[in-house]
Design a protein around this ligand. Structure first.
Ligand SMILES: NC(=O)C1=CN([C@@H]2O[C@H](COP(=O)(O)OP(=O)(O)OC[C@H]3O[C@@H](n4cnc5c(N)ncnc54)[C@H](O)[C@@H]3O)[C@@H](O)[C@H]2O)C=CC1
Ligand SMILES: O=C(O)CCC(=O)C(=O)O
Length: 552
C-alpha cells in the first residue's frame, strides 16, 4: 500500500477529457502534471526523477518495461479505458505498481461504434457519402444489405460483446457467439444466443462476425487465412477490439478475392497504420482511427473514473478496476486494518528466524468480518517474511509474483468467529519439511500467533510455542536461551553496558517432550536499535542459543 504523504502528483500522459483533469485540480491533496504526447524515453525520465505517484494513460502511449525501469514514486497506473495491452503488466507488477482500468465506462459507446460500423458497412454509407461530395449520384453502385434476418457471430461475450448482441437482436438479427468462458447458450432480451466452443465451429454459421476479445496469444490472428476459409462466402467482418485479432494481410487478401464481402476496422496492429498500408486502399474496407471509445460521454466518464481510482488508491480508500492486485484491498475497516498491521509485524518478527528459505506459508485468519482482509493479510505476510532477505523493494502488489518465482506455496484460510475476538496464525515451513517428517525437520517450521483485542493494538501471543503478550513495534531483539538462572541478569548487564535502554520485555519458557533442557524466549522492545557489538556480546553469553535483531 502506498505511504501516506501530503500531496500526490498525477501524471496525465495522454489526452484526457477535461472533467477528469478538473477533478484532480479540485482535490486539495492532488497535483496535476499534464504531459501528453511525449516519447517513452521522456516518460521514463519524468518517472525516474521521482515525485510522480500516479500515471493516467489511454492507448496512445506504451508503458513499456523501459518506461518503468526506474519508476521513482509511481504507485499506480490507470488506464482511462479498457485494454491494458499497451501497459507491460508484469513489469508494473514486478515494481509493485498497481494497474487499474475503467472497464465499464466505455462499454456502451464502444458497442455503439462497432454496431455503427456494421450498419454503415452494409449500407455503404462512407463510400456513398464520399461520392456525393465528388458530385456523383450513383444509386445502384451503393445497394446494400439488410441487417434484419442476418446472423451475426459475436466473438467475445463480455461487456462489449453482449451489448453489441443486444443491439443486433433489436435490429432483428440472429446472434450466435463464442467465448471460452461462456459454456451454455445465452438468453438476451428474450432471445436465445447459441454459443459455440470455438471460432472454427461458429464461422460457418455467421453472415457477419464482430470481435470483442482482449488481445492474447489465443486471440491474435483468430481470423486468418485458415479461419477465413471456414467462414461463409462474402462474410462481413468488424474489429473494434484490438489490431491483429483479424490478421490484416489475410483480410486484404479475402477482400480482394471476395471471400470477405466487406470489413470495418477501428484498431490496427500498428497505430496509426503506415500511409502506404494496403489497408488504406483495400476495396470495401471501412476504417476509423480507433474511435470506439471516443464519445464525449465515455471520455468524460473514463477520465473522471481513472482520476478517482488513482486518488482512492493513493489515499488508501480502495482499489477499483484492479488489473494486477490479486486479492488486495485497501478499503478495510479499522479492525481489518489492525489485522493487516498485525500480519506485517508478525511476519517481520519471524523473518530473522527464517534462515534456510521458505517452502510454504500457512496463513489462518479467524474472526468475524475478517475474511475480506484475507488477500491483503496474505500478501502483507509475504512482504514481512521476505523483505529482509531480498534486495529489491517488496509491496503487496509485487510480492505474490516474487513468492511464486521462489516456489513458495501459500495457503490462506479464513474462518468466521473466534472466541478471543480474532486471531491470526502464521506457520512457515522450511524447505526440508516436505521431504523429511522427522522431529528435527518438523522443528524447522516457525509459528507465530497474534490477536487484536478491543483496544485495537496488534499483539503477539505466541512465538514457536512460547506464550507471550506483546505489542511489537520498533527495534526489537529475540533471544532464545537455555532456561538457567542468571541469564536475565546477564542480558540486562549487556544492554546496560552498551547503553541501550530496554523499553519492554517478555520472557516465556517452553519445555518440550524430548528436550532435556527447558528453553526460554525473550522478546525485548528497545528505545534504539541494538548495535552489532551488543548482539555479538549477547550471543557469546553462556546458555544463549540464538539472538536476532529486527525492526518491526
Ligand atoms: N475500439 C476501442 O476504442 C475499444 C476497444 N476495446 C476493446 O474491446 C475488447 C473487449 O472489451 P470488453 O468487452 O470490455 O472486455 P471483457 O473482458 O468484458 O470481454 C472480453 C471477453 O472476451 C472473452 N475471451 C477471451 N479470450 C477469448 C477467446 N480466445 N475467444 C473468445 N472470447 C474470448 C472473455 O471471456 C470475455 O468474456 C478489449 O480488447 C478492449 O480493449 C474496449 C473499449 C474501446
Ligand atoms: O480511446 C481510447 O483511449 C482507446 C479505447 C480503448 O481501446 C480501450 O479502452 O480499450
Amino acid at each position: 500500500m502506498p505511504e501516506a504523504s501530503p500531496k500526490k502528483t498525477i501524471l496525465a500522459a495522454d489526452k484526457l477529457a477535461p472533467e477528469g483533469l478538473d477533478w484532480i485540480r479540485s482535490q486539495p491533496d492532488a497535483e496535476l502534471l499534464e504531459k501528453p504526447g511525449l516519447s517513452e524515453a521522456e516518460y521514463a525520465a519524468i518517472l525516474r526523477g521521482g515525485g510522480v505517484h500516479a500515471m493516467i494513460v489511454r492507448s496512445a502511449i506504451t508503458v513499456s518495461a523501459g518506461v518503468l525501469a526506474d519508476p521513482g514514486d509511481l504507485a499506480v497506473i490507470a488506464r482511462a479505458g479498457v485494454g491494458v495491452d499497451n501497459i507491460d503488466i508484469p513489469a508494473a507488477t514486478a515494481r509493485g505498481i498497481l494497474v487499474v482500468n475503467t472497464a465499464e465506462a466505455s462499454t456502451i459507446t464502444t458497442a455503439e461504434h462497432a454496431f455503427t460500423l456494421l450498419a454503415s458497412l452494409l449500407r455503404n454509407i462512407a463510400p456513398a457519402a464520399a461520392s456525393m461530395r465528388e458530385g456523383q449520384w450513383d444509386r445502384s453502385k451503393f445497394q446494400g444489405r439488410q441487417l434484419h434476418g442476418m446472423t451475426l457471430g459475436v466473438v467475445g461475450l463480455g461487456r462489449i460483446g453482449r451489448t453489441v448482441a443486444e443491439r443486433a437482436l433489436a435490429f432483428g438479427m440472429k446472434v450466435v457467439g463464442h467465448d471460452p468462458f461462456v459454456h451454455a447458450d445465452l438468453q438476451i432480451d428474450g432471445h436465445t444466443v447459441r454459443t459455440f466452443r470455438s471460432f472454427a465451429e461458429l464461422a460457418p454459421h455467421a453472415d457477419a462476425v464482430t470481435f470483442h476479445v482482449p488481445k492474447t496469444a489465443e486471440t491474435t490472428g483468430m481470423l486468418d487465412e485458415a479461419s477465413f476459409a471456414l467462414c461463409r462466402d462474402g462474410v462481413f467482418v468488424v474489429n473494434a477490439s484490438r489490431g491483429g485479432i483479424v490478421d490484416e494481410q489475410a483480410l486484404v487478401a479475402a477482400l480482394g478475392s471476395g471471400k470477405c464481402g466487406g470489413a470495418a476496422l477501428d484498431v490496427y496492429t500498428s497505430e496509426p497504420p503506415p500511409a502506404d498500408s494496403p489497408l488504406r486502399s483495400a476495396p470495401r474496407l471501412l476504417l476509423t482511427p480507433h474511435l470506439g471509445a471516443s464519445t464525449q460521454e465515455a471520455q468524460t466518464a473514463v477520465s473522471v473514473e481513472a482520476a478517482k481510482a488513482c486518488m482512492a488508491y493513493l489515499r488508501g480508500e480502495g482499489i477499483s478496476g484492479a488489473v494486477n492486485a490479486g486479492g488486495v484491498r485497501v478499503d478495510l475497516s479499522p479492525r481489518q486494518r489492525a489485522f493487516v498491521e498485525l500480519a506485517g509485524k508478525m511476519a517481520t518478527l519471524l523473518s530473522p528466524m527464517i534462515t534456510r528459505g521458505i517452502a510454504g506459508v500457512e496463513v489462518a485468519l479467524d474472526g468475524d468480518d475478517l475474511a475480506p482482509a484475507a488477500g491483503t493479510v496474505e500478501r502483507t505476510v509475504l512482504v514481512g517474511l521476505l523483505q529482509r532477505h531480498l534486495a529489491s523493494a517488496l509491496n503487496v502488489i509485487n510480492v505474490a509474483d516474487v513468492a511464486e518465482k521462489r516456489g513458495i506455496r501459500v495457503t490462506t484460510r479464513s474462518s468466521g468467529g473466534d472466541p478471543g475476538g480474532g486471531k491470526l496464525t502464521l506457520t512457515v515451513h522450511g524447505p526440508a519439511d516436505a521431504v523429511d517428517a522427522s522431529t528435527e525437520a518438523a522443528d524447522r517450521s516457525r509459528r507465530i500467533v497474534g490477536r487484536v483485542y478491543a483496544d485495537g493494538a496488534p499483539r503477539v501471543v505466541e512465538v514457536n510455542g512460547y506464550a507471550m503478550d506483546m505489542v511489537p513495534a520498533g527495534a526489537m531483539v529475540l533471544i532464545q536461551n537455555e532456561d538457567k538462572p542468571g541469564i536475565i541478569g546477564a542480558v540486562g548487564t549487556a544492554f546496560g553496558s552498551a547503553g541501550v535502554n530496554i523499553a519492554d520485555m517478555t520472557i516465556s519458557r517452553r519445555s518440550r517432550e524430548g528436550e532435556h533442557v527447558a528453553t526460554a524466549l525473550m522478546l525485548l522492545k528497545l528505545d534504539a536499535a541494538a548495535p552489532a557489538g551488543l548482539l555479538a556480546d549477547l550471543e557469546a553469553l553462556p546458555a544463549v542459543r540464538k539472538v536476532a535483531a529486527v525492526q518491526v
